[in-house]
Design a protein around this ligand. Structure first.
Ligand code: E4P
Length: 286
């Protein structure tokens, strides 16, 4: 296999799946998790099915065990762990969860949402050398805010544009990846683009064609790639976009993050859904 320049992360919540993908590919650069994927972890599902709902502490302990099992399986792109947040969670609350999660494994990246509080938490985190992966990114403006909020970080920060969810609302999600890469090519390189919400082989091949820094990919799509003998895009590769194009914006990366328009309906909805999936695993008294 010709190993792509784009680092490949497994998008999931089951260490066994990561192990299988590693066997199939011969390597796995990293892993991303999120509350919905953790709720689908076989052990957690079994607990819930047997009528045992978890306390918040138990849920954290289960999450910790999962990432501790995944951590040694992956390469230098690390394991992304997502803090619990809903519309009321403050930056301080996210930071204290983030710091605890960061201590679980040596290669953690902490996921905060691209919201005001999430960006504030990221700004504080990088000052304390806590690596971040800014999730639920749906626009170039949000990525510019991530760039500005994490300036001066010693470790690279990740920003995760969600391709599939933009496709779902009739837009060309891959345009956001392309636009952010173009914008960052004028920057200092402290933020890496991690293409997320990848749903198809087409998405993956276009990530390779764009030389995206990283892509997080569900096991199913990686299996499809393997079954086709690991195709790579050639010079003639044309991405077949179905959605509405998203135009490039000229943005000033030097301005403070508060000045960017970071509102996006899909970010709000995404936070809400992650919070609901997380809560579904908890007992009512938790
Ligand atoms: C990874 O970091 C994201 O949480 C994930 O790719 C989201 O994918 P989805 O839009 O298919 O839920």
């Amino acid at each position: 296999m010709h190993r792509p320049k784009t680092k490949i992360l497994v998008d999931g919540g089951d260490p066994e799946e990561t192990r299988q993908i590693k066997e199939l590919l011969g390597f796995v650069d990293g892993q991303t998790t999120n509350p919905s994927l953790i709720a689908k972890n076989p052990r957690i599902r079994q607990l819930i099915a047997s009528g045992h709902k978890l306390s918040s502490r138990e849920e954290m302990d289960e999450y910790k065990k999962i990432v501790q099992t995944i951590s040694p399986l992956v390469g230098d792109a690390g394991v992304s762990i997502e803090v619990f947040s809903d519309e009321k969670t403050t930056a301080q609350e996210m930071l204290s969860q983030g710091k605890e999660m960061f201590s679980w494994i040596p290669n953690a990246y902490i996921k905060y949402p691209c919201t005001e509080e999430g960006l504030r938490a990221a700004q504080m985190s990088v000052k304390e050398q806590v690596r971040v992966n800014m999730t639920l990114c749906f626009s170039q403006q949000q990525a510019a805010a991530v760039y500005s909020a994490t300036k001066g970080t010693k470790e690279p920060a990740y920003v995760s544009p969600f391709v599939g969810r933009l496709d779902d609302i009739g837009q060309n999600g891959m345009d956001v990846v392309k636009n952010i890469q173009r914008m960052f090519s004028k920057g200092d390189g402290h933020v890496l683009v991690l293409a997320a919400s990848i749903r198809s082989l087409e998405h993956l091949l276009y990530c390779f064609a764009l030389n995206a820094d990283l892509a997080t990919v569900p096991a199913k799509t990686l299996e499809q790639w393997a079954n086709k003998q690991f195709p790579m895009p050639d010079a003639q590769f044309q991405y077949k976009a179905s959605g509405k194009p998203i135009p490039y914006e000229e943005l000033d990366l030097e301005q403070s993050w508060e000045r960017f328009d970071i509102q996006h309906e899909l970010t709000r909805k995404g936070v809400e859904e992650f919070a609901a999936d997380y809560r579904a695993t908890l007992s009512p008294t938790a």
